[in-house]
Write a protein that binds this ligand. Structure first.
Ligand SMILES: Nc1ncnc2c1ncn2[C@@H]1O[C@H](COP(=O)(O)OP(=O)(O)OP(=O)(O)O)[C@@H](O)[C@H]1O
Ligand SMILES: [Mg+2]
Length: 350
């Protein structure tokens, strides 16, 4: 994939993990946004601390880069207990999980990232561990196999997933607290940016923060990444001083537009508008028109375009909204979705 794409990809890549670790808030009070989740979680933690018992298991769901891992680490810090980290794909066999569970210390927080990708046998072992703090380790095969029960120290499981819908109901039901992480609004991202700028030792004026925030797709990880690119640009081209104009010039250079759309997003919109008159057009036809795999268009570009209200998925194909025409500097046809004179077939009351 191109560098441009990486710039607004919500996933962390390569050495970004190390940089992120330095920018992670450590306490709940430093965590910006997600007000509801934060308030609920602080109650859960506070009451657990008062009772002197581990809190309920916590499930965190939300898109990549919204702060799930950060929050899991905060939970352990606030409780004053160690954190053990693993991930669904690493738990291929039940034995992998048993090895971890049997060495947990009392009260420890166990974070399973990408918990929706755990294997079935590990999942079944986890049910029992979550509920009764014990596991059955099966020794041997066939008719001679025996289950040896094993005690597990009371622990708190924190599951993180970008695909809560893929979790089997029995697993989901065993979490006492489910936190849904939403995209951040630009004002919250500005706070994230100001905090990161402080930690990175760069001066960031308010209007420059505003400019970066609105192009960050509601995602702190992307905001932090764009900030670093703007800082680099400012160092090379402007003696290290960041202004709104510098921020905007840097992001234009990296082809991240005023709403956070990158080159692929714009190519998809342009094909949809110019080649197909705004649609409806099928996904594979659209993908051919931009020279990409259908999967890339569907998974990488579309979710953000849909969320921005620029593109709609209908049973007959992809359709551009009036906002998409406007965003690309084109005049929407009168029957465009969401135009001033709305399409009679779609918006009329019955
Ligand atoms: N509320 C927040 N306040 C400040 N910084 C945040 C916040 N949420 C996330 N971040 C920053 O964004 C980066 C990504 O966060 P994190 O790794 O927790 O995301 P994630 O949801 O676990 O992503 P993934 O699904 O890829 O695992 C971190 O470096 C963190 O510093
Ligand atoms: Mg994570």
């Amino acid at each position: 994939m191109s560098r441009e794409r990486d710039l607004v990809s919500p996933d962390a890549e390569g050495d970004e993990r190390a940089i992120e670790a330095a920018l992670r808030p450590k306490r709940l009070s430093e965590f910006i946004g997600q007000t509801r989740v934060r308030e609920q979680l602080s109650l859960v933690l506070e009451s657990a601390l008062r009772r002197g018992r581990p809190p309920d298991h916590v499930l965190m769901s939300g898109s990549p880069g919204l702060g799930k891992t950060t929050l899991a680490m905060i939970i352990a810090t606030e409780l004053g207990v160690p954190l053990r980290l693993t991930s669904g794909p690493a738990l291929e066999r039940a034995g992998d999980l048993a090895a971890i569970l049997s060495t947990l210390t009392e009260g420890e927080v166990l974070l399973i990232d990408e918990i929706h990708r755990m294997s079935r046998p590990a999942e079944e072992m986890l049910y029992l561990a979550m509920e009764d703090f014990r596991v059955d380790v099966v020794v041997g095969k066939g008719p001679g196999a025996t289950a040896i029960p094993l005690e597990v120290a009371p622990f708190t499981l924190v599951g993180a997933t970008t695909r809560a819908g893929l979790l089997p109901a029995p697993l989901r039901d065993r979490f006492g607290f489910v936190a849904h992480m939403d995209f951040y609004d630009p004002a919250e991202l500005e706070q994230v940016l100001h905090r990161s700028a402080r930690l990175l030792g760069v001066k960031l004026p308010d209007d420059a923060a505003h400019e970066i925030a609105r192009r960050s797709r509601g995602t702190p990880r992307i905001a932090n990444r764009l900030l670093r690119r703007v800082r680099d640009f400012a160092e090379v081209r402007a003696g290290g001083t960041i202004t709104k104009e510098i921020a905007s010039a840097a992001l234009n250079l990296y082809e991240v537009d005023a709403e956070g759309l990158d080159r692929l997003d714009r190519a998809v919109l342009e094909a949809l508008l110019v080649k197909f008159g705004g649609g409806p057009v099928g996904l594979s036809t659209l993908a051919v028109a931009v020279g990409e795999e259908p999967e890339t268009v569907e998974v990488v570009a579309e979710p953000f375009l849909v969320r921005q209200g620029l593109l709609v998925r209908t049973p007959r194909g992809r359709v551009a909204t009036a906002a998409a025409w406007a965003h690309m500097g084109l005049t929407p046809p009168p029957d465009a979705l969401g135009a001033a004179s709305p399409s009679p077939t779609l918006f009329d009351e019955p």
